[in-house]
Design a protein around this ligand. Sequence first.
Ligand SMILES: Cc1cc2nc3c(=O)[nH]c(=O)nc-3n(C[C@H](O)[C@H](O)[C@H](O)COP(=O)(O)OP(=O)(O)OC[C@H]3O[C@@H](n4cnc5c(N)ncnc54)[C@H](O)[C@@H]3O)c2cc1C
Length: 388
Amino acid sequence: MTAPVLETEEHRALRAAVAALGKRYGRDYMTRITSAGGHPEELWAEAAKLGYLGVNLPEEYGGGGGGIGELSIVLEELGAAGSPLLMMVVSPAICGTVISRFGTEEQKRAWLPGLADGSRTMAFGITEPDAGSNSHRITTTARRDDDGSWVLNGRKVFISGVDIADATLIVGRTSDARTGNLKPCLFIVPRDAEGFGRRQIDMELQAPEKQWELTLDDVRLPADALVGDEDAGLLQLFAGLNPERIMTAAFAIGMGRYALGRAVEYARDRTVWKSPIGAHQAIAHPLAQVHIELELARLMMQKAATLYDAGDDIGAGEAANMAKYAAAEACVRAVDQSVHTLGGNGLTREFGLASLITGSRVARIAPVSREMILNYVSHQTLGLPKSY
Ligand SMILES: Cc1cc2nc3c(=O)[nH]c(=O)nc-3n(C[C@H](O)[C@H](O)[C@H](O)COP(=O)(O)OP(=O)(O)OC[C@H]3O[C@@H](n4cnc5c(N)ncnc54)[C@H](O)[C@@H]3O)c2cc1C
C-alpha cells in the first residue's frame, strides 16, 4: 500500500523551485521597491515566465492546468522568502478562477492567457464604504440600457492594485425583473473606463500594492462586460471567494514563516548571558508554538485547496474560512513573537520586522474578518442562532 501523501513529488519540486526564486529577490528587494513607490515588476514577470502565476489556469488558455493547491504553494513560498505577491490573491486566483469557470469563450480568450503569462492583471472590488463586512448590503448597481450595454453606479473602498491592473472585476447588483430584488453580478471594468474614478487611500501598510477608493459614475460598459450568468447569484461569487480565502491563508503562512525564520536565526546567535537567547525557554517555546500553529494552518489550507480543486465548493467554503482564520491568527502571533525575540532590533529598519506588524494584520481583517469567520462557523457549522 502506498502511504498517503499531503503533497506529491511535483508539489515538493514546485515549492523548492519557487523558494529558490523568492530567495533571489527576498525582503530587501520588496523593501527597496516599496520605498521607491514601485511595483515588483521583475519578480512578477519572472514568476509568470516560469509558469507560476498561471499554474491554476487551464492549459488551453496558457495556464499550467493545476489548481489553487499549486497556486497557494507559489504564494506561500514567495512570502516565506520575504517577497510575497499580493496581487496573486486577486488576479489569477479570484479573477482567473471566475473567468475560467463562468466566462464566455471570448472572455476566456481575452483574459486568461494574459493573466497566466503575467502581461495582464485584474483587481477585484467588492468592499463598499457603507457595507463593509455586510456584503449583502452593497449598493453598486448595474442597469441594462436599451442597446444592451450596462451602466454602473456606486462606490468601492480598499480595492488593491487598481492602478496597475488592466481592469477590475467589480461586484455590482442588477435588479431581478420578476421580483425587483437586487442580485450580485460581476463586471469587468477597464482601468480607463469613463466615469471610473480612483483615489489612493493613505495606508500605514508598507507594501508595494496600493489600496484605492473607487467611484463608478455612470460607467458605461458593453454587454459582454458581465461575467457569468446574471441569475446565478452568490454561487459564482463564492467560486471566486473560496480561492481568495485559501490564497490569503497562503499569504499569511508565508509571512509568518518569514518572520519566524528571522527570529530563529537571531535567537541562535544572540548571547547576552552564558548561552544564546534561543536556549531560554521563554524565547524558544513561543517560537516552537507559532511554528506548530503555522503548520496546522497549512494543513487546513491544504484541505481547503484539495476540496476546492476536487470541485466541492460547499466543503471548500468551510475549510477555506477556517484556513484563513487559522493562518491569520498564526501569522499575527508569529510576527509579534519574532519582533519581540529581536529585542530593540525588532523595531529597527535594518532588521525590517516591525513593519510586518501592520502587514500581518491585513490577513486578520481581509478579505473577511476574524469575527465574520467566527460568525460563519457559529451559524453554519455549529448551528447557533444569529445576532444580526
Ligand atoms: C490591505 C487591504 C487590502 C484590501 N483589498 C481589498 C480588495 O482588493 N478588494 C476588496 O473588495 N476589498 C479589499 N479589502 C477590504 C476588506 O475585505 C475589508 O476591509 C473587510 O472585508 C472588512 O470590512 P471593513 O473594513 O468595512 O470593516 P467593518 O465591516 O466595518 O468591520 C469593522 C470591525 O467590526 C467587526 N464586525 C463587523 N460586523 C460584525 C459582526 N456581525 N459580528 C462581529 N464583528 C463584526 C469586524 O470583524 C471588524 O473587526 C482590503 C482591505 C485591506 C485592509
